[in-house]
Every structure is written in C-alpha cells, then in structure tokens.
Design a protein around this ligand. Sequence first.
Ligand code: FES
Length: 80
Amino acid sequence: MDKPVKASNTPYVTPVEAGKSYYWCACGRSKKQPLCDGSHAGTGFTPLKYDAKETKSVDFCGCKQTKTPPLCDKSACSTS
Ligand code: FES
C-alpha cells in the first residue's frame, strides 16, 4: 500500500448531524475532501466510517497522517 496523499495541511472543520454516517477519505485522493468520492480504487485504501453521535462540527484530518482517524490529532498538520 502506498502512503496516503496529503490533501491539506489543516483539518477540515465539518458539520455533522447526529445519527448520520460519514465516510472519511483515508487515501487523500478524493476531490470531495474530507469525504470519500471513490478515488481510492486500486490504492489499497478504503474510507473510514464515522458515525456522528451528536450534531456539531468535527475536525476531520486533512493530512491523512493522524493517529486517531478520522479525526485530527494535530500531530502532523500546521495546527500543531
Ligand atoms: S477517495 Fe480516499 S478513501 Fe475513498
């Protein structure tokens, strides 16, 4: 498996709705960041499902190097 592409140097602050599921792009190739658009085909990566427990904004990782996917852990992006 290749390394993921760094889609952004900052997290994607994204509103989510309680009870809905979101598919975070793990490969970094999606044109619909931070969510999967199917561009991972053939890369060995698959999206990671995030089930929103409450309605709020979450920081989805943009650099794709977080240790706590799909959420930003501030370890490898410019917010660190
Ligand atoms: S497009 Fe990146 S995981 Fe689907």
